[in-house]
Design a protein around this ligand. Structure first.
Ligand SMILES: [Zn+2]
Length: 157
């Protein structure tokens, strides 16, 4: 779709695609997710994408899981990143909280900090990026956030 439309779109359409690419680049997607997004942007059919994944990464996803990733997980993540960017820009200093791990001053919002009722502000003291990095380090999830042991569609072929 992307390649076919690129030269035909008006400026507004091109700006939308540019925004899409920009948000995708900010989402922290794994190499595999970026590969899937790229193939879908070119309009490749799901069956062909599954073949490509097998050939290139020796990974087998069920067709349903692939559709879920491309039509639900990825768009949700992009919308979330767009919202986070807006919050980061618009949140005044007195409505921010410092992550005790990375030291960044981030908006006091559950998009940035996990909920934690033990704290007065009901938010964790470490940001979600640091939580995630720690979970990956411990081997609980992979870089896509897939639970390693619980996800039956994540099997090597
Ligand atoms: Zn942090």
């Amino acid at each position: 779709m992307y390649e076919a439309l690129k030269d035909k779109l008006n400026t507004y359409g091109r700006t939308l695609l540019w925004d899409f690419d920009r948000y995708v680049s900010l989402c922290g997607f794994s190499e595999l997710r970026l590969f899937l997004i790229d193939l879908r942007k070119r309009g490749m059919a799901y069956d062909d994408i599954l073949d490509e994944m097998r050939a290139r990464y020796a990974i087998e996803y069920s067709p349903n899981y692939l559709v879920f990733i491309v039509s639900s997980e990825v768009p949700k993540k992009i919308a979330q990143v767009a919202k986070m960017l807006r919050l980061e820009q618009d949140t005044p200093a007195d409505q921010r909280k410092k992550c005790i791990h990375c030291g960044r001053l981030l908006p006091m919002d559950s998009l940035f900090f996990s909920k934690n009722n033990a704290h007065k502000d009901k938010l964790s003291n470490t940001c979600k990026d640091c939580d995630r990095a720690s979970r990956i380090k411990k081997g609980v999830v992979n870089s896509d956030g897939d639970l390693r042991k619980k996800d039956p569609t994540l099997r090597k072929v």
